[in-house]
Design a protein around this ligand. Structure first.
Ligand SMILES: [Zn+2]
Length: 244
């Protein structure tokens, strides 16, 4: 069985949006998966290993992810936060056109973590890695812009955190052959998509299961199942419109 990597975004009970899951809901989801036999693992272990391993990722480094810390500590589940380096100097919201209405209505929910906050999380065992500089649609960029988004973010994270930055999560989960080659050339060892490649063949298009607001436990357990994550399962899910 291939490791299970979940993709969350915000962890807030006051932001009612598909990107936001309350901490108590997340705890029930993780507790169920542990009861089903998944074992907590680091990102590196899920990249190279096999078996019933579980890792949690948070894209965009929303400040509300700090609400997940007690859950992660109680359950022992290990996690990676994918941060955009262009927003971590002052923790401002990411420039994501798709979230413009939310930003106007609820700017505090879209605040992101500063470098100090990211470093503090690393001290508590959370890994921090790259989600590019500015969260663009990578497949639309020129080669030079692509190299900048991937390379500068990796370098900045290494400078700020003091250790190698090995893993990338593509903004919007989007990549193509050119983007994957650029990620490899920028020095990453692996990259996560959303959902990614269900065959598990490509370390630069690793598969994740997105967890969204309002999904019940049975649905999360079903999406996490080995069959639902298989190429055949994904084809069936595609036919049902349930690909992430
Ligand atoms: Zn993102």
């Amino acid at each position: 069985m291939r490791p299970l990597v979940l993709c969350y975004h915000a962890v807030s009970e006051t932001w009612h949006h598909e990107l936001s899951v309350p901490a108590d809901v997340m705890e029930r989801q993780l507790t169920l998966l542990l009861r089903l036999g998944y074992r907590p693992a680091s990102a590196a272990e899920t990249v190279t290993g096999t078996g019933k391993l579980l890792h949690v990722t948070f894209d965009d480094a929303f400040a509300s992810v700090s609400n997940a810390l007690p859950v992660l500590e109680r359950t022992g589940v290990r996690a990676t936060i994918f941060a955009c380096t262009g927003y971590a100097d002052d923790g401002r919201p990411p420039e994501i056109p798709e979230l413009a209405d939310e930003l106007r209505a609820r700017p505090a929910e879209l605040a992101t973590m500063t470098w100090d906050e990211l470093r503090a999380l690393e001290e508590r065992g959370i890994e921090v890695s790259s989600h590019t500089v500015s969260h663009p649609h990578l497949t639309t960029l020129s080669d030079a812009e692509l190299a900048h988004e991937l390379g500068s973010s990796r370098q900045r994270l290494e400078d700020e955190l003091g250790h190698p930055c090995r893993v990338l999560a593509y903004p919007y989960g989007e990549c193509d052959e050119r983007v994957r080659a650029a990620a490899r050339a920028a020095g990453y060892e692996a990259a996560f998509g959303l959902p990614g490649d269900a065959t598990g063949r490509d370390r630069f298009e690793l598969f994740r299961v997105g967890v969204w607001n309002g999904e019940g436990l049975p649905r999360v357990a079903l999406k996490a199942s080995s069959f639902a994550r298989s190429p055949l399962g994904m084809r069936l899910r595609g036919a049902l419109g349930l690909t992430t």
